[in-house]
Design a protein around this ligand. Structure first.
Ligand SMILES: Nc1nc2c(ncn2[C@@H]2O[C@H](COP(=O)(O)OP(=O)(O)O)[C@@H](O)[C@H]2O)c(=O)[nH]1
Ligand SMILES: [Mg+2]
Ligand SMILES: [Zn+2]
Length: 301
């Protein structure tokens, strides 16, 4: 028997510096320290830990099923691990960035994590513009869930319940889209769940600077992870040649290019450009592809 087998298993529900709040299978929470200078643990990690006088020490990280992260030029920022799905929340107002949406979807595709889009605030008159902007995403097979989290919470709850049930879902979205409204709607005693963690980890109760794990049900079968908003969403983990394979509308047009290493930008006999001309790929998605291709082709310092 190896030493690891004798250790207790646990789920990381919050991290702060070199500390991690680890939840045991029976729901106890233990404040653990990590060994080494810096903790690489993220919310959703499965670990093995050892009880010590004032809590625990994380000894071992179990292999991750997946990890959602952004890779900016200078640093990697992990969102969470072992996810069943990503829910990208957007709204007509404030106007969301389609580039950010696409970047998040590409990062999820690269990590092998299914993604859904939640369109919130459908009670606003500007919703038609937002629907129009999301039409290409629907066409390429991304499910778009229409919600009015504040205006029609009952409808929202009914719509979301079957999608969230029994799964671990990371909720991402720029600020102002309704993430807090969503958490408060579907998570029982949301404030209490994070209040305890914040107190133990010594982080402010209302800060949105840390990632939080919320159980959806008493049986602890489904969970939401709330993550702070982001400004940049770097995708340096993706090679430019890989981009089209991670964008479903582009991927559907692959396999017909004259050149096997076609960048789908200016080569003759390009199947992707044919698809663009047929209107199968939206103009905004073309623009985002170009922008990303350039960005990812730039040499790192
Ligand atoms: N019109 C409208 N406003 C909403 C709806 N849901 C949330 N909001 C508002 O949008 C604002 C941002 O919501 P919040 O949950 O704090 O967003 P967060 O920044 O993503 O956490 C708040 O003023 C909410 O009241 C909705 O269904 N309709
Ligand atoms: Mg919020
Ligand atoms: Zn091509």
């Amino acid at each position: 028997m190896t030493a690891a087998v004798a250790l207790d298993v646990g789920l990381v529900v919050a991290t702060h510096g070199r500390q991690a709040m680890v939840e045991t299978p029976d729901g106890q929470r233990v404040l653990c320290h990590t060994r080494g200078k810096k903790s690489d643990l993220v919310v959703g990690d499965r670990v093995r830990w050892l009880p010590v006088a004032d809590g625990g020490v994380v000894e071992h990280l179990e292999p991750r099923r997946n990890l959602l992260f952004r890779q900016d030029e200078w640093r990697t920022k992990s969102f969470a691990a072992n996810l069943d799905q990503l829910l990208m929340l957007v709204a007509p107002e404030p106007v969301f960035s389609e580039s950010q949406l696409t970047r998040a979807l590409i990062a999820a595709a690269e990590a092998g994590i299914p993604a859904l889009i939640g369109l919130n605030k459908i009670d606003l008159p500007s919703v038609d513009v937002a629907r129009e902007r999301l039409a290409p995403y629907r066409r390429m097979g991304v499910e778009v869930i229409e919600l009015a989290l504040k205006r029609d919470p009952e409808q929202a709850r009914q719509r979301l319940a079957p999608l969230l049930k029994g799964r671990t879902t990371l909720v991402l979205g720029p600020s102002g889209m309704g993430k807090s409204t969503l958490i408060n709607l579907v998570v029982p005693a949301a404030e209490a769940q994070v209040g305890e963690i914040s107190q133990a980890l010594n982080t402010g109760r209302h800060t949105t600077t840390s990632t939080r794990w919320y159980w959806l049900d008493e049986g602890r079968s489904g969970a939401l992870i709330d993550s702070p908003g982001f400004q940049e969403f770097g995708l340096r983990q993706v090679a430019p040649e890989q981009l089209a394979t991670l964008m479903p509308d582009f991927a559907a047009a692959l396999g017909h290019c004259k050149f096997h290493n076609c960048s789908h930008r200016h080569e003759p006999g390009c199947g992707v450009r044919d698809a663009m001309e047929r209107g199968a790929i939206s103009v905004s998605r073309q623009r985002i592809y170009e922008e990303l291709y350039d960005e990812l082709s730039q040499k790192r310092w």
